[in-house]
Design a protein around this ligand. Structure first.
Ligand SMILES: Cc1cc2nc3c(=O)[nH]c(=O)nc-3n(C[C@H](O)[C@H](O)[C@H](O)COP(=O)(O)OP(=O)(O)OC[C@H]3O[C@@H](n4cnc5c(N)ncnc54)[C@H](O)[C@@H]3O)c2cc1C
Length: 599
């Protein structure tokens, strides 16, 4: 399917920080086409029929074998090759469709891992980097579910520092096979995988290479299933490679390109994780609202209490933020893809290049969604009271399952630092002009602030103004930190994490503002609850940006410089009074009426 949704003005990845907000530049969830909705619905029907009735078995070791069989069934039904080319049995869908599908597929407890790894980090290295012969041999069977696959990067001694792995490949004297030896750890789907995508170093290479390893090659053995906090029905084992003979034709991509490939595949995984979180969070909202309506204390449903409405209001706002940033990023990826295809690039190269163009947004969405997901699961448990602590409830499973999301696909610390690092590198390379707007902010700070208090009549005038101001705050704080610390900034992780927090909030909030405005433009009237959620997110963003900004300023400046920066930060994060209590109540009332997410 060719994307029909790439007419939106696309920005360079990361350039949202310096560009003007334009509601017409973003794609929103509500613009999904009939076909995209149908594909997502088909997946939802599958999960409702196959997973929901046995959710508690899925949340146990028994779920591993059930998941394996269901993976085959999903393959038979054509669910596993959404983005894969039609010539290999796939559906060749655009990225937005894949995102909408992932939301439904991964709203499935531990099965989310089983199907997520097969379709994302399992199959992706193959369709992105395999040569035509390798694709013809493996991809159709992976797409049909006949071959189960896993992604073997992590080792006992190399997690976040993935390129330091010790697994080694040495060419045999005949030159026919690489002899692979090493140990991988925490490998999802490994218990039943037939094909292992293994990252290893050839000889004493500096960088990893990637290999397609069949279990049948011999020398592959597995550790026991790990005893985990959550996702108990997902297979996670150690994998041992003991002089495994891998035919030379099973080198994936070029020698030494494995680390680059691994990172590009992880970019896909990161943005898809935001989609997976969205799917599970929507279910969590249903259970929680249902419970709040049914559970009575002090003679009335607990959903009537302000303290409960406060939580429901916040959870909805966060979900609105995730969804807004997610579909904005997905359509940017599709637009870039279409542009590269028009330039004559192959589908495969265009695919990974378009995703890596938005690696900053992928990292941002991974961090925000997984932390918001944990927050929502936690508040869901709280609203369930004692029942939330009972293993009989789905919300308890969701709470445990949510925790891993902040650890894999790059820990949230690594993703935070990456987002800032990538942004600064793009600025250094001249791909994003941060200097001109940063200088403009400095100039503005020297001038007397405007005391024009006449209210603008523009729709969402204050949120729009605050999008601009939040970006100014980031440019001011980050710009000053870069100037002062120069090369040493990379060693100041606390500062990088703070700047990342500011970036994350600015991106998510801006996405929500633009969606709210676009929705009003489309429908001719505001959509219930969207303005309130936008304001809730604005206040969250102002608080985080102000706190994180102050921490950065305190960490590297002093005297007049510090005072000037603090004044600037205050100016750029100052909000008009707004009744958040009423806003949360309004959102919560809609949510309770819908028995779920307001949108
Ligand atoms: C259930 C599960 C499934 C998984 N599935 C897979 C899979 O299918 N394939 C696969 O290859 N891997 C998989 N992983 C591994 C996962 O990707 C790693 O656990 C993750 O990358 C973190 O590595 P680590 O556990 O070694 O933690 P470490 O890298 O040791 O990190 C420990 C802590 O130190 C922090 N830290 C590390 N380096 C830095 C730094 N430079 N600066 C600041 N802080 C730092 C981290 O953020 C973290 O908080 C899985 C893990 C789990 C638990």
């Amino acid at each position: 399917m060719n994307s029909t949704q790439t007419k939106y003005k696309r920005t360079v990845g990361g350039a949202f920080l310096v560009e003007e907000s334009d509601p017409n530049s973003i794609f929103i969830y509500e613009e999904l086409s009939e076909e995209q909705r149908m594909i997502a619905q088909a997946m939802e029907d599958f999960i409702n029929a196959e997973i929901e009735p046995i959710w508690n078995k899925i949340d146990s070791k028994e779920g591993i074998e059930i998941g394996r069989k269901l993976l085959e069934k999903a393959g038979e039904m054509g669910f596993l090759g959404l983005e894969v080319g039609e010539e290999y049995g796939g559906n060749q869908m655009d990225f937005i469709t894949a995102i909408a599908w992932t939301e439904k597929a991964c709203a499935s407890y531990s099965f989310a891992l089983t199907i997520g790894v097969q379709t994302s980090i399992g199959i992706a290295p193959m369709y992105l980097y395999a040569n035509p012969e390798q694709k013809a041999k493996y991809l159709p069977k992976m797409v049909s579910g006949e071959l189960k696959t896993c992604y073997c990067l992590t080792e006992p001694g190399s997690g976040s520092d993935a390129n330091s792995g010790k697994t080694k490949a040495v060419l045999n004297p005949e030159g026919t096979h690489y002899i692979l030896t090493g140990q991988k750890m925490w490998i999802t789907n490994s218990g039943f995988a037939d094909v292992f995508i293994v990252f290893a170093k050839i000889d004493d290479d500096k960088n990893l290479s990637a290999f397609i390893v069949e279990k049948e090659f011999g020398g592959v053995s597995l550790g026991a299933e790990e005893e985990k906090m959550g996702i108990k029905g997902s297979s996670t084992r150690q994998v041992f490679f003991n002089e495994v003979p891998v035919p030379v034709e099973n080198l994936l991509g070029e020698r030494g390109d494995g680390f680059k490939m691994a990172l590009n595949v992880l970019n896909t995984g990161r943005i898809k994780m935001a989609s997976a979180v969205t799917g599970m969070a929507k279910k969590g909202m249903q259970w929680t609202n249902q419970y709040a309506l049914e559970r009575k204390q002090f003679g009335e449903p607990i959903g009537n209490f302000g303290a409960i409405k406060h939580k429901i209001g916040n959870c909805n706002a966060k979900l609105y933020g995730i969804e807004s940033g997610l579909y904005r990023t997905a359509s940017n990826i599709d637009s870039k893809f279409d542009e590269l295809i028009d330039e004559g690039m192959s589908r495969e190269e265009a695919k990974w290049r378009s995703i890596s163009e938005y690696a900053i947004e992928c990292a941002i969405m991974k961090v925000y969604s997984t932390e918001a997901g944990s927050y929502m699961a936690d508040e869901g448990v709280q609203i369930h009271g004692g029942m939330g602590y009972s293993a009989e409830t789905k919300i308890e499973t969701m709470y445990r399952d949510a925790r891993i999301n902040r650890i894999y696909e790059g820990t949230n610390e690594i993703n935070r630092m990456l987002s800032v690092d990538m942004l600064l590198k793009k600025a250094l390379k001249g791909k994003i002009d941060m200097m001109t707007p940063a200088m403009a902010v400095q100039k503005e700070l020297m001038s007397v602030p405007s005391f024009n208090t006449s209210a603008s009549t523009e729709y969402l005038a204050e949120p729009l103004k605050m999008v601009v101001n939040f970006k100014k705050a980031i440019l001011m704080v980050a710009g000053a930190a870069v100037q002062k610390l120069m090369q040493n900034l990379k060693d100041e992780q606390e500062i990088l994490m703070n700047i990342s927090d500011m970036l994350i909030q600015a991106f998510v909030f801006e996405s929500a503002v633009l969606r709210t405005i676009k929705l009003k433009n489309i429908n001719g009237a505001p959509t219930a609850g969207t303005e309130e959620m936008t304001y809730i997110l604005m206040h969250e963003a102002a608080n985080v940006i102000n706190n994180a900004g102050r921490e950065v300023i305190y960490a590297f400046s002093e005297g007049d410089e510090m005072r000037g920066l603090l004044m600037g930060l205050k100016r750029f994060t100052k909000l008009n009074p707004y009744n958040l209590k009423t806003a949360r109540r309004t959102v919560a009332d809609i949510s309770l009426e819908k028995v779920g997410y307001v949108m």
